[in-house]
Design a protein around this ligand. Structure first.
Ligand code: SAH
Ligand code: SF4
Ligand code: F3S
Length: 488
């Protein structure tokens, strides 16, 4: 079984690298929906170990890197020991996320030396956003790295592997090529489960003051609708029942000229067998009327939206270059709730952006109280080299950030617990994703992305089943089967 190992990987937001200060422990963790390579296991088989940090786009990309290497005889392996090639797919979003790469490289160096002592090679490749941002530094700090490749060059990986095995020095490719990698990557192999990720858009032109993404992923680019629909159909034919559309600014998708994400969602909803559609991560500015209308009109579009707001203070939102106010956000949520009354919200928050005063922070707390979130991600501001906020004055002291994040997370945790508690006693449609953790149990997802556990047969996998919620926990629900629903 080919699978990209996920480290520190969490569910829905675009920045799930594990900082001690985030709420990752509270988040649901869907199955990875990673893609499978197709290398047959023969004596020629080479072993590929992939470690993935960061957002779901990285999870998706890791699958595609495994796919592109499969024809060269690489079959993924769960452990780095004995691997012929190790890929670290990295995240640069915050300092701690980037530092993890260097500690992992230190461990791999020992394994590589041990393998070389036995007469074997271990190719080490660093991919992803740290590679893009710090390619030269990686080679300076870890000269035993063989390949450094940025997120837009994965289709060139086979050629880089060939060059790395010939050349003495390292191969580095952090271009933003004119060609789109998706046009050159092979078709994704089978998704492994009922839920799958599908990248439809990459990059960002918004340049929020704090964020590295526009620099590491490049300009906003959308895939054509026909390619997305074809890939979705393939995923459904291979067993996927829920597809999450991915993009750094997924609702900025414009792959078909004037028509936007609302139109794409409607066309996806026509695919037989595709029961549920989600999308992440959205920007409030790109939430257009048609997409809001799609929430009212398309039952397959799930009533759960991750819509990062970052702050509830207009002063800080302006400093962040977000180009919306706190009241714009409140009004948007109100419209979404009219379109879909059972809509549940998730968001991202940053505390301690340069210049954030106690009063600004209180405005964020007030926004949270006003909206009521089903779950959320929150981070202490981390200065990123080259971004405007990093050089700004009025940096907030670390102890102050700690104090604010503690209070903010306590409020969010309270809201998440209350949201789950509201589900107790309800009968809800659950998409069964496979066996549960315990004997006789099955696991699934609620429409609001809560993990649900119940006693039931695994044969229900891939179907939507009515379940009665018997207990609500902070991170999940326990339920009993009511009746099987006709679906797909
Ligand atoms: N495209 C999405 C978010 C991408 S990054 C959006 O526009 O909202 C995911 C999250 O990481 C962000 O929403 C933000 O909350 C957080 N983040 C990004 N840069 C950060 C930084 N320098 N310090 C702390 N958190 C950061
Ligand atoms: Fe980063 Fe802002 Fe772009 Fe989101 S919209 S990826 S936070 S620059
Ligand atoms: Fe991290 Fe790059 Fe995603 S910085 S959050 S892996 S876009």
């Amino acid at each position: 079984m080919v699978r990209a190992t996920r480290r520190n990987q969490t569910a829905l937001a675009l920045d799930p690298s594990h900082d001690a200060d985030d709420l990752s422990a509270l988040r649901p963790r869907p199955s990875p929906g990673g893609q499978s390579g197709t290398a047959a296991m023969t004596s020629e088989t080479k072993h590929l170990h992939v470690i993935t940090w960061g957002c779901q786009m990285n999870v998706y990309d890791s699958g595609r890197m495994a796919d592109v290497l499969a024809p060269l005889g690489y079959a993924p392996t769960e452990l780095p020991e004995g691997a012929d090639m190790v890929i670290l797919n990295t995240c640069h979003i915050r300092d701690r996320a980037a530092e993890k790469v260097f500690s992992e490289l230190g461990r791999l160096r020992v394994l590589k030396q041990a393998r070389e002592a036995q007469g074997h090679k271990m190719v080490i490749a660093v991919a992803g956003c740290v590679a893009q941002a710090e390619g030269a530094e990686i080679l300076a700090r870890a000269p035993y790295v063989d390949i450094v490749l940025g997120p837009q060059t994965y289709h060139r990986l086979p050629e880089m592997v060939a060059r790395a095995s010939r050349a003495a020095g390292a191969v580095i490719d952090t271009d933003f090529p004119a060609e789109q990698k998706f046009d050159f990557l092979p078709d994704a192999a089978a998704p492994q489960g009922v839920t799958a990720f599908l990248t439809i858009q990459e990059g960002c032109d918004k340049f929020c003051s704090f964020c590295v993404v526009p620099y590491t992923r490049g300009a906003e680019a959308s895939r054509p609708a026909a390619d997305i629909l074809a890939e979705a159909r393939r995923m459904v034919a291979q067993g996927a029942r829920e597809i999450t559309l991915l993009g750094q600014n997924v609702n900025a998708w414009h792959g078909d000229g004037a028509r936007g994400l609302g139109d794409l969602v409607r066309r996806l909803a026509d695919i037989d067998g595709l029961i549920r559609i989600r999308y992440t991560t959205s920007h409030p500015r790109d939430m257009d009327d048609d997409l809001i209308a799609a929430h009212a009109e398309v039952p397959a579009l799930m009533p759960f939206l991750h819509l990062p707001v970052q702050s509830g203070s207009d002063r800080i939102l302006a400093a962040m270059n977000r180009k919306h106010t706190a009241d714009d956000y409140r009004a948007l949520i109100a419209r979404l709730r009219v379109a879909r009354p059972d809509m549940a919200l998730s968001s991202d928050f940053i505390v301690g952006h340069p210049g954030e005063t106690e009063r600004d922070f209180e405005s964020t707390m007030q926004l949270i109280r006003d909206i009521g979130f089903a779950q959320a991600f929150s981070f202490k501001y981390s200065p990123r080299p080259g971004t405007p906020a990093a050089g700004a004055g009025l940096q907030v002291p670390e102890e102050e950030k700690d104090r604010r994040i503690y209070a903010l997370q306590a409020l969010l945790r309270e809201q998440q617990t209350a949201f789950n508690a509201q589900c107790a006693g309800l009968i809800i449609p659950v998409l069964v994703t496979g066996p549960g953790r315990h004997e006789g149990q099955i696991g699934g997802r609620s429409p609001w992305l809560q993990p649900v556990h119940a006693i039931g047969p695994v044969s229900l996998t891939g179907t939507v089943v009515e379940m009665k919620v018997t207990a609500a926990h902070t991170n999940s629900l326990t339920a009993t089967l009511e009746q099987e629903r006709a679906c797909a």
